[in-house]
Design a binder for this molecule. Structure first.
Ligand SMILES: [Zn+2]
Length: 385
């Protein structure tokens, strides 16, 4: 009985995905702007008529960048997205941020760039934009004491930079500028450019700024701006606008310092819902031309979710920039059973006209179990004719 049920569920799932893929193809055939054509019109590295095949990683990899890059190159990858800093700690030789004790004798970003460029692999430095992940406790405490962190409706402080604080915006601008100026990087990727949840940020500065910007007359704070309150919708839009304005500032600074830099963002997959929940208005970012490509983290083992998200994202992007699909075989959100699942997602993404993919993440397991499979099944990750 179990086997029969399983059989039917798999059959049903495969059928629905097939139908979704066919609908996707039909929609793509009707589109005037093929994603890759748009890609070639932008100056994004590695998206010029070539599928972007990228990997997310930590600031360092084992045993070292040279070895990892050789393996990635052999498996036809052409881009890496190492995490290089959060607003509280850097893994490169920063003049702006506290440098991690692990990075005092190693400039991990310089090592990654040197190794990758020998194999024509692009380096996109990934910034954890607002969350002070991995920062020292005393660094976070200093930011909290200075009133620079996000606060929720319970009055609790989270280790996330409040985007309306000019000191935070200036800090992030300096980080972006030093990265694109001091390192021969090909791209900059904004990760964690969001609020931790719907309950942020309700700090006194955000409250005052919201009232000043919108003219809202708040009688009960925070009830009036929380879900169900008279200003909930307006506050949600205002909150999204803060992150969009921040991104716009940072992109302007990055492009001014380095016009050829490819800008991207790692974002949550369900854009409409997640813009409300996390303030991440990805569709708007694309409309405003802030991104050279967009990388939704479509981390799931469910084929239908994967295909549905792709179709919705593709529609929202409307051919403006390439959709470079994030896949999470070794992510917190899901774990794949085997590398074949990854190849299947790559094929589905291609069938939707994606400009490439980025896989989470490079580690020993990926190097041992996934890379040999991808390299052996080379055609499986090479773009079709
Ligand atoms: Zn705030």
């Amino acid at each position: 009985m179990y086997i029969k049920t399983l059989h039917w569920s798999v059959w049903l799932s495969a059928t629905v995905v097939t139908v979704t893929v066919i609908v996707g193809w039909w929609s793509i055939a009707r589109s005037d702007n093929a994603v890759l054509t748009t890609a070639s019109a932008t100056n994004s590295h590695n998206t010029k008529a070539v599928e972007l095949r990228g990997i997310w990683s930590s600031y360092q990899v084992k045993p070292d960048w040279n070895t990892a890059i050789q393996k990635l190159s052999a498996a036809n990858f052409n881009a890496i997205f190492p995490y290089v800093c959060s607003p509280g700690i850097a893994y490169y030789h920063s003049q702006v941020l506290p440098v991690s004790q692990f990075a005092r004798h190693h400039d991990y970003l310089a090592e990654a760039v040197s190794a990758a460029h020998k194999h024509n692999i692009a380096v996109h430095a990934r910034i954890l934009t607002l969350e002070m992940l991995f920062a020292a406790e005393h660094t976070k405490s200093a930011f909290a004491a200075a009133g620079r962190l996000m606060i929720n409706s319970q009055g609790n402080t989270a280790p996330w930079l409040c985007p309306t604080d000019p000191r935070n915006r200036q800090l992030l601008g300096r980080i972006v500028t030093e990265l694109v100026t001091n390192y021969d990087i090909d791209g900059l990727q904004f990760d964690y450019l969001r609020y931790p949840g719907q309950d942020y940020c309700l700090c006194p500065r955000c409250r005052q700024q919201f009232a000043a910007d919108t003219g809202a007359r708040i009688s009960q704070w925070p009830q009036d701006i929380l879900p169900g309150g008279p200003y909930a919708a307006e506050f949600s839009r205002w909150r999204q606008a803060q992150l969009t304005a921040l991104l716009s500032d940072l992109v302007t600074q990055a492009r001014t310092a380095c016009p050829s830099i490819a800008i991207s963002a790692a974002v949550f997959p369900r854009w409409e819902e997640h813009s409300e929940r996390f303030g991440q208005d990805t569709a708007r970012w694309v409309q405003l031309g802030l991104l050279d490509f967009v990388a939704p983290m479509n981390y799931t083992t469910d084929r239908l979710d994967f295909a549905t998200w792709l179709l919705t994202q593709r529609k929202a992007i409307a051919g403006r920039v390439p959709l470079v699909v994030g896949m999470g075989p070794l992510s917190d959100a899901c774990q794949f059973d085997d590398p074949e699942q990854l190849v299947e997602q790559i094929q589905i993404a291609r069938s939707f006209g994606a400009g490439g993919f980025i896989i989470f993440k490079y580690n020993q397991q990926f190097a041992q179990e996934y890379l040999p499979y991808l390299a052996e099944e080379g055609t499986a990750i090479l773009p079709g004719p």
